[in-house]
Design a protein around this ligand. Sequence first.
Ligand code: ATP
Length: 424
Amino acid sequence: LAGELGDELGFSVYVVGGFVRDLLMAIPNHDIDLCVEGNGIVFAHALGKRLNASITEHIKFKTAILEYTVETDSGEKILMKIDIATSRLEYYESPGALPNVEHSSIRLDLYRRDFTINAVALELNQTNFGNILDFYGAQRDIKNKIIQPIHSLSFIEDPTRIIRAILFEVRLNFKLSLQTERLINNAIQLGMIKKISGQRIFHGFQLVCEEENTLACLKRMDEFKVLQEIHPILPLTDAKEELILELEKISNAYEMLYQKSKRENWVLYLLALCLGAKYLEVSELLKRLMFSSKATHSFLSMREQCRDMKFKIKAWSEMAFSPQNNKDKNIRYKMSMLADILNPLSVNAMIFVIATEKDADIRKAILYYITKAREEKLSITGKSLIKMGMSPGVEIKTVLKQVLDAKIDGLIKDKQEELNLAES
Ligand code: ATP
């Protein structure tokens, strides 16, 4: 369809980059990058109309994004994304800044890309449909499982490529060529990481956190001293690695249990990398990452909250698991009190609290809260109490809370017991 449209409009159209790389490796990819020799915006509108897709356009860069859903034979809905770019000449005014854009041919467009394996295009116009344009050895490097930039100044031009190189190395199970390692070390020694803007560093970090094997990426970043260069509190330690493994275990279990969409993974990884750091040091890091004051406040208070939580939970456990309560080893005992402590936490914070908790009884209790107590609901409502003759107001709220606590603690079970307790 894209090729036909290109023919109609008199534009050459190519699929480029990661999609072609993955196609050559037979890996599924739902993000399609198209490159248009002509006017990408005009093309995007024409294609968007045919696909009934939503369009986001970026006039300055002559790029657009189309998004639409397709339904598979099994009824599963898949979100498809097509990035459309106008074949362009990028030049970098200052390393680390976003590129400026001018017109240029596909060969030059590919030359401006990060790695040989991504600098490959597939023609879509009818006359040459399916023809692969590989000027820089993409197929050779894919076959040899090698990551290398297209030219030796690549990491100086755009140091975020250092993080991308590591990301692809881990994701595809490829190897950085020796020369690539040298170029990366050289760029880092020249202080290029420090020149990357906070937003771009953070974006790179977020991408790493969405990867299947984030820890392996972080280890590699650590080896190249990338973490150190971003901020001295970030380098890995044995304790951080252990914590990350724990976080991943709990987080995956939570996801499988609830089939929730991916949460913001970066929060958990950043909390882990800041393990043991002082408040001021973390604030400094967030400033480097150019967090807004709202985001800074929310991250810092989450960190504090997790720390305070440990003390509160400890106090709770000493009471709940005290020798005089030992005859009642049931962890539901005083669960409602634990619920009150944990209630203000986000799921990420709870996962973090469990991961940092060594006491097996406490972990069990928090997991019980997340999976069961948090879902506990009453059969009676405020309306039922008013019907029973209670006057509307604060009292009803208090009674409902007490009945819910009793249910969470396993003291009552059905609606009749709820009503009896409310009445008493
Ligand atoms: P993914 O499967 O993660 O989407 P991708 O290769 O498609 O992999 P994107 O981040 O979507 O990665 O980028 C699309 C294409 O844009 C890449 O294949 C690459 O050719 C090019 N690209 C992205 N970032 C850079 C960069 N910093 N410098 C040069 N080219 C880049």
